[in-house]
Design a protein around this ligand. Structure first.
Ligand code: IPD
Ligand code: CA
Ligand code: CA
Length: 268
């Protein structure tokens, strides 16, 4: 394993143990509302602080973009930036719904090179380095062989805070309900992407995500032999926040299905 990925794994596991400990007594946890339907807890903050401590110890010059702290340093030495979601799926976590993860991506000049998504409930560690394949608990993973939307299990995330593209989303969702084997909304985008990488889902789409929701998970998919793009298939999803991912055939069919719903803004 690349030494920088080792540090990322150490940080993700440390955050995971903070999250697991806190999950034993959810009643104790103070919840703050950042904006409508957007929650943060002291657990998100403690997990993020632990991750940042480990990074700064090992790589003091690196840039960091973290959900709760924002842009801490612009991309530092070697143009490297860590992109961190310390607890992806906070709403699930607060409810004791066991589907959430720690997500850490490491980008160089804006291209994600290394990825860790860690599910502390199941002790499942998803890792990838660009060009080196994707792994679940050190075993190689691949996207599913699914090549027909009609056979596909598709993950998604509902709009819950920003409703600019709600009509496009609902149009696509209505189609997906009728054209696929099933739709799921598990509630932690990074883990949904990891599930595409290991073939538990055949594809995924969501609009309005943040870079820390997608950075690590998207590399897992491409390193597992799948494809990711924005709604037009271009590789701009970290900027636009809109992502489609899947096994190669399902990715193509999801793009086709989305095309009729793309407003001018979604095509941009
Ligand atoms: C959220 C989760 C959710 C997705 C949201 C994200 P958070 O992240 O990934 O699945 O639908 O768009 O914001 O806020 O729990 O880190
Ligand atoms: Ca998130
Ligand atoms: Ca989060």
């Amino acid at each position: 394993m690349h030494p920088i990925l080792n540090i990322a794994v150490k940080a993700a596991r440390r955050a995971g143990s903070i999250i697991n400990r806190a999950s034993l007594d959810l009643g104790q946890i103070k919840v703050n509302v950042k904006q409508q339907s957007d929650f943060v807890t002291e657990v998100d903050r403690a997990a993020e602080a632990a991750i940042i401590d480990i990074i700064r110890d090992a790589y003091p010059g690196h840039g960091i973009l973290a959900e709760e702290s924002g842009l801490l340093e612009a991309a530092g030495s070697g143009d490297i930036q860590w992109i961190i979601d310390p607890l992806d799926g906070t709403t699930n976590f607060i409810h004791g719904f066991p589907q959430y993860a720690v997500s850490i991506g490491i980008a160089q000049k804006g291209i994600v090179q290394h990825a860790v998504v860690y599910d502390p409930n199941r002790n499942e560690l998803f890792t990838a380095s660009k060009g080196g394949g994707a792994f679940l608990n050190e075993k190689r993973i691949r996207v599913s062989a699914c090549n027909k939307l009609a056979d596909a299990l598709i993950g998604t995330g509902f709009p819950y805070r920003m409703f600019d593209h709600i009509d496009a989303y609902l149009g696509l969702m209505k189609d997906m309900m009728q054209k696929t084997a099933g739709l799921r909304r598990p509630g932690a985008a990074s883990l949904d992407l990891a599930y595409v990488a290991c073939g538990r889902l055949d594809g995924f789409f969501e609009l309005g995500l943040a870079p820390w929701d997608m950075a690590a998970g998207s590399l897992l998919i491409t390193e597992a032999g799948g494809l990711c793009g924005d709604l037009t298939g271009e590789p701009n999803y970290l900027d636009t926040g809109n992502i489609i991912g899947g096994s190669p055939k399902v990715f193509g069919q999801l793009l086709q299905a989305a095309a009729p719903y793309l407003s001018a803004k979604l095509k941009a």
